[in-house]
Design a protein around this ligand. Structure first.
Ligand code: CA
Length: 224
C-alpha cells in the first residue's frame, strides 16, 4: 500500500511519514501541489493525505487536476474547518476529511478505513493473452507475476485492453492520458507505448504499430 502525503508543513509531514511507515505503508512526501502532481503521474498511490493550504497550487487545485480513475482514495487535512470547504472537497471527490489539529490515532484509523474500503471494491478484470488487469485496484499481472507499470503506462495498457483488435490512434491515447496532467507530445505517446510493449514481451499479446493510423493490441495465436 502506497501513500503520498502532500503537506508543506515539513515537521508535520515527517511525523506523519514516520508514523505511517512504521504501520507498514510505503510513504512518500510532496511539499507542494506541483511536486505531488508529478509524483502522481509516475506512481499510483492507494491514498493521498492532502493538505489544502499549499503554496502555489493548493489542495483543491491538485484534486481537480487528478483523474479520479487514476488515483486512490483522498483524505483531506486542513486547518480550514468551514462546512463549505468540507463540502467542496467532498464534491471534488475526496473520500474523507480531517480538521487540524487532529490526533495521530484518528488519522491512522481513517487511513486504515479508507484503504480497507478501497480493497473491498474489487475491480473489473480485463484479460488478454496472459495479461490480467484489475481496473479498480490498478494492478496487472502476466500469468501470476505482478506487472510493474507507471501511471501513464497503466493508462496506455488499460485504454488499449478495453479495445482489443481495434485501431487506437495517438490522438485517442493523447486524450486518454493528457487530460489529467501536463500536455503530452506525440513522441511521448510513442515512448509510453514502446515501454508497455517492452514489458509485455512474454505476455502472449502484441501491440502493433500501424503507420499513420495508430496501434492495435491483439492476442497472439498460440500454435498447438
Ligand atoms: Ca499547509
Amino acid at each position: 500500500m502506497r501513500i503520498l502525503i502532500v503537506e508543506d508543513d515539513i515537521p508535520l509531514a515527517k511525523g506523519l511519514q514516520q508514523a505511517l511507515t512504521s504501520s507498514g505503508y510505503v510513504v512518500d512526501h510532496a511539499a507542494s501541489g506541483e511536486a505531488a502532481l508529478d509524483a502522481c503521474l509516475e506512481t499510483f498511490y492507494d491514498l493521498l493525505v492532502l493538505d489544502l493550504g499549499l503554496p502555489g497550487m493548493d489542495g483543491f487545485d491538485l484534486l481537480q487536476r487528478l483523474d479520479p480513475r487514476r488515483r486512490g482514495a483522498v483524505l483531506i487535512l486542513s486547518a480550514r474547518d468551514g462546512l463549505e470547504q468540507r463540502v467542496f472537497g467532498l464534491d471534488l471527490g475526496a473520500d474523507d476529511y480531517l480538521s487540524k489539529p487532529f490526533a495521530l490515532e484518528e488519522l491512522e484509523a481513517r487511513v486504515r478505513a479508507l484503504l480497507r474500503r478501497n480493497q473491498a471494491q474489487a475491480g473489473a478484470r480485463l484479460r488478454l493473452g496472459r495479461v490480467t488487469v484489475d481496473t479498480l485496484g490498478r494492478r496487472a499481472w502476466i500469468g501470476d507475476e505482478p506487472l510493474e507499470l507507471t501511471a501513464r503506462e497503466w493508462g496506455v495498457l488499460q485504454y488499449m485492453l478495453l479495445r482489443p483488435g481495434q485501431v487506437v490512434s495517438k490522438e485517442q491515447l493523447l486524450q486518454a492520458l493528457g487530460n489529467w496532467g501536463k500536455p503530452l507530445s506525440d513522441n511521448a505517446i510513442e515512448v509510453y507505448v514502446s515501454r508497455v510493449r517492452a514489458k509485455l514481451q512474454d505476455a502472449g499479446l502484441s501491440i502493433r504499430t500501424l503507420r499513420g493510423f495508430g496501434y492495435i493490441i491483439e492476442e497472439l495465436n498460440v500454435v498447438a
